[in-house]
Write a protein that binds this ligand. Structure first.
Ligand code: ATP
Length: 268
């Protein structure tokens, strides 16, 4: 947020792999099955995909296609039934719950559709929360800068109930970015917002990628939102079935139309 590289910088992995842009997150043959026997549901049927450091990826697909499951497995919030997930070169499968929690805290930020702010805390206190949870004493200037960076300099002392939905989501984004995580996972971040607020939020996520070098993976149902990403992945029945690369212009109308056409085909 302050022009510094992400705290979870993946340089070490870049050197060991010898590639300029390492995979911040890598899924290999990830399967996730819920339930057993006749009641078993295969949410992910063997997905292999990488998210390069400094990239913005949107994940789309019909309802029930496995988008949230993919996001949760990639973020270490859920454990795959089979396959491997690595974040910053670390295989999550081998980690204890405690180490997994620490890795998420150090390398990962989250943005949810429903904001998930703590209602009793002010905007600034919400933004400072991940630093406190990491045992750090937040520098008020850093917190103020994070709040200002999402356009809420005058609102730091307000509680969530005193903010609009769009403002609350901007607080959630500042909170997700304040520790400068290598990867931000966003699950329908604009699902509850109007068009203007959505654009603002998507612009902030894009800036995190293109100005701060962070990596964003965003699940969305909205082709206009997906058109802010550099790449759009399409899931169907737990499989990765299609992929589009954007023209590099945020919210490009032609790209959004192409994304909508691919979605319409999947939903037909
Ligand atoms: N905890 C669970 N127990 C049983 N089945 C589940 C569970 N979570 C998800 N599923 C099933 O796994 C499949 C994929 O679900 P998932 O939530 O990943 O899809 P999605 O693409 O995110 O859907 P939506 O767009 O509707 O949010 C669905 O068939 C869903 O019913």
């Amino acid at each position: 947020m302050c022009g510094r590289p992400p705290a979870g910088s993946l340089d070490g992995m870049t050197m060991t792999t010898g590639t300029r842009r390492a995979e911040a997150v890598l899924l290999r043959e990830v399967r996730r099955t819920y339930g057993t026997g006749d009641a078993a549901v295969t949410a992910l049927a063997g997905v292999s995909v990488g998210f390069r450091s400094g990239s913005f990826t949107a994940v789309m697909g019909p309802s029930g296609s496995g988008k949230s499951t993919l996001l949760h497995c990639a973020a270490g919030l859920d454990r795959p039934t089979a396959g491997t997930v690595t974040i910053g070169g670390t295989d999550l499968g081998g980690l204890s719950e405690h180490r997994l929690t620490t890795l998420r805290r150090d390398l990962v930020g989250f943005v949810f559709q429903e904001f998930n702010l703590v209602s009793a805390l002010t905007a600034a206190q919400n933004v400072a929360l991940p630093l406190r949870l990491a045992g750090r004493r937040p520098d008020p200037a850093d917190v103020a800068a994070a709040v200002a960076s999402v356009g809420l300099a005058q609102r730091g002392a307000h509680r969530p109930s005193e903010l609009s939905g769009g403002q609350q989501q901007r607080v959630a984004i500042a909170r997700a970015l304040v520790t400068r995580p290598a990867v931000v996972f966003a699950d329908e971040p604009t699902g509850a917002l109007d068009l203007r607020s959505s654009r603002h939020v998507l612009g902030l996520l894009r800036a995190a990628v293109h100005e701060q070098g962070q990596t964003v993976v965003m699940v969305t149902h909205d082709p206009l939102a997906a058109a802010y990403a550099d790449r759009v992945l399409f899931l169907a029945d737990g499989h990765l079935v299609d992929e589009l690369t954007g023209p590099g212009t945020p919210g490009d109308a032609g790209f959004a139309a192409e994304v909508a056409a691919r979605m319409a085909r999947l939903e037909a």
